[in-house]
Ligand binder design. Structure first.
Ligand code: MF3
Ligand code: CO
Length: 278
């Protein structure tokens, strides 16, 4: 199947047809709806394993498959990263949410062979204004990155826009070892999308590219470590982290936010073409 899909040979970036982008949108909507269902279930006293079960049920009822489960042996549908956990934390019945926690919920699904991947960070009960501002900083950075993802531009225009937005929002750490990625018939494809850097570098962005854009910021030092479970990434200093993600498609006249219910219209206005071309 994959060799029927054109690839920029030198960079191994999969270029989708408009029809294929429409199928990715269907996968993205499954992810978007699942995240909204899980978001509504977040409250003090709920375990991350319960959220995981709800996500798996929602994805399967939509006729899709959870993409994280079994990915290099990953055991769950979601990554549920609470407080100082940055990304890839495994849901557990022993991890019960408490008032004031922050949880990043990362979800991926495969529909009809095509992937969607997105994450939201959600407050549990009441959180401080400082943490609320931190969620906004990560979301603003993600949307700035998405707005910079234009046909004719270059990959690191996205990275630069993400970094610039974060630095404008406050003194946050920007996690360096992880970032966004190409997405399509696999969850993780070329290119890697850094969350920092100079603009105007890397592959040229062309219609049919699909990218997951996912800033990760910390309240303290940007240093992170992976735990012995081989998955969970935490901040070294124990400070809180925030992670958000959308999968987007580059279209000739703008960007289509495949994992946003409204395609990105509310945040991006005219920069969005919430449909494929032709
Ligand atoms: N959204 C995550 C990412 O982009 C996916 C977690 S991968 C898994 O890297 F290993 F947990 F499956
Ligand atoms: Co991702």
């Amino acid at each position: 199947m994959e060799d029927e899909i054109p690839v920029l040979r030198s960079r191994r970036i999969q270029i989708k047809t408009p029809e294929q982008i429409v199928r990715m949108r269907a996968a993205g909507l499954v992810v978007a709806r699942t995240l909204e269902t899980v978001r509504a279930a977040v409250k003090p006293g709920v375990s991350t394993a319960e959220l995981d079960a709800l996500a798996e049920q929602t994805i399967r009822e939509a006729g899709a498959i959870p993409s994280f489960k079994g990915y290099h042996g990953y055991p769950a549908t979601l990554c549920t990263s609470v407080n100082d956990q940055v990304v890839h934390a495994i849901p557990s019945p022993d991890q019960v949410l408490a008032d004031g926690d922050l949880i990043s919920i990362d979800c991926g699904a495969i529909l009809d062979g095509w992937h969607g991947d997105a994450a939201i960070t959600v407050p549990v009960g009441t959180i401080s204004d400082e943490l609320q501002a931190m969620i906004k900083a990560a979301e603003d950075a993600m949307w700035a990155g998405i707005a910079a993802a234009r046909a004719g531009g270059r990959l690191t225009d996205i990275s630069h826009a993400v970094e610039t937005s974060i630095r404008r929002s406050g003194r946050y750490g920007i996690v360096e070892g992880y970032g966004g990625h190409g997405i399509g018939t696999e969850m993780h494809q070329e290119p890697h999308v850094l969350n920092y850097g100079r603009p105007g570098r890397g592959p040229r962005l062309v219609p049919g590219m699909a990218l997951a854009i996912e800033p990760m910021i910390t309240r303290g030092s940007p240093e992170v470590v992976e735990l012995d479970d081989g998955w969970t990434v935490v901040t070294l200093d124990g400070e809180v982290a925030v992670h958000v993600e959308h999968s987007v498609a580059i279209c000739p006249d703008g960007v289509w936010v495949l994992t946003a219910l409204d395609g990105g219209r509310e945040r991006l206005g005219d920069l969005v073409t919430a449909q494929a071309w032709e």
